[in-house]
Ligand binder design. Structure first.
Ligand SMILES: Nc1ncnc2c1ncn2[C@@H]1O[C@H](COP(=O)(O)OP(=O)(O)OP(=O)(O)O)[C@@H](O)[C@H]1O
Ligand SMILES: [Mg+2]
Length: 314
């Protein structure tokens, strides 16, 4: 079982538009709402692929009740840690060839909310193979919450993975999870290195930074690189997975599908990376994040290059 933790969940509202005109009235052709937050998305993709999942998230307000109703309707297994903080709403504007997102910050968790979330994670993590903590933290919530979630998962005997950014990513790195899953920007910010914009130089720079980070955490690092695929680094391997870049329909949730594909993949690093990149690519070609990406993913089309573990040192 894979347990995902979403400290700052959301209702995601998607408007489909023919063309966005800034500063003018725009009329959407469709308007949909789904329960979201990165951990929810990861669990949804895994669930659609037949992997047993659990979701834990803090939620309050009428929006929190709506979120629970939506997860229930999808047949997802979830536990809500009840708070007074209303669940935020994020907006996606989808045009042909372009995705615009407006994300709300979310409402702060109280220290008691944070304690209850950590206790729920530890409770549910018994018997879980993985505890996967994803996404942003609500404002004014100490970044150490991520480290506490990792430690709770570890105490319960699960492997741990984190997809976070900024101070939460830093706190996660210090907690040493089995897997960290930043994108290039997040890895650049964490390591203080400037990356080239794309292509072979980006892959090489991401590999070097991920190698240094993996040396610090003692675990693996999965770096998402958009059209340049993804890099996997652990103490024994340094791999690049890529496909011929596609023209995305919707890139929102591609990183979540990448991580889900990695978690659902076979145990060897190259097999996991192949599955991850195939699922990430498939997610880009689906109009929503509610994707059954496993059905359309084409792992055989993913090219895996062994980059060679860099020599010791930064
Ligand atoms: N244009 C593209 N062509 C082919 N594959 C793509 C493209 N864009 C993204 N991907 C695939 O999707 C994966 C995840 O995308 P991306 O790098 O945008 O994730 P992210 O920045 O972590 O996004 P998220 O906000 O979803 O976390 C990539 O690692 C890659 O495998
Ligand atoms: Mg990401």
């Amino acid at each position: 079982m894979i347990l995902t933790v979403t400290p700052n969940p959301s209702l995601d509202r998607t408007f489909v538009l023919n063309g966005l005109r800034l500063g003018e009235l725009n009329r959407a052709s469709t308007d949909t709402v789904e329960g979201s937050g990165k951990g929810v998305n990861v669990a949804r993709v895994l669930h659609a692929a037949g992997v047993r999942t659990g979701i834990v998230l803090p939620a309050g307000g009428p929006e929190g009740a709506q979120l629970a109703t939506l997860l229930e309707a999808e047949g997802l297994t979830y536990r809500v840690v009840a708070t007074d903080a209303p669940v935020r709403t994020n907006v996606t504007l989808l045009e042909p060839g372009r995705t615009t997102k407006v994300n709300a910050p979310g409402a702060a968790l109280t220290p008691a909310d944070a304690d209850a979330l950590v206790a729920a994670v530890e409770d549910l993590a018994h018997g879980a193979d993985w505890v996967v903590c994803c996404g942003s933290l609500p404002p004014d919530t100490p970044a150490e919450l991520i480290a506490r979630i990792v430690e709770a998962g570890r105490r319960a005997g699960a492997q741990t993975a984190v997809d976070a950014s900024g101070p939460a990513l830093l706190a996660a790195a210090e907690a040493g999870p089995d897997v960290l899953a930043p994108n290039a920007d997040e890895l650049s910010e964490l390591t203080g290195r400037v990356f080239p914009p794309g292509g072979r130089p980006l892959v090489r720079a991401a590999l070097d930074a991920a190698h240094t980070l993996a040396g610090d955490t003692g675990g693996g690092v999965l770096v998402s690189l958009g059209p340049d695929g993804a890099v996997w680094v652990d103490p024994e391997s340094a791999l690049h997975g890529s496909v011929t870049p596609v023209t995305p329909v919707n890139t929102a949730g591609a990183g979540d599908a990448l991580l889900a594909g990695w978690l659902a993949g076979p145990p060897e690093p190259d097999g996991r990376l192949r599955n991850a990149v195939a699922w990430g690519t498939a997610a880009c070609l689906l109009p929503s994040t509610a994707g059954d990406v496993a059905t359309t993913a084409r792992p055989a089309r993913v090219r895996i290059d062994d980059l060679g573990v860099p020599a010791a040192g930064p």
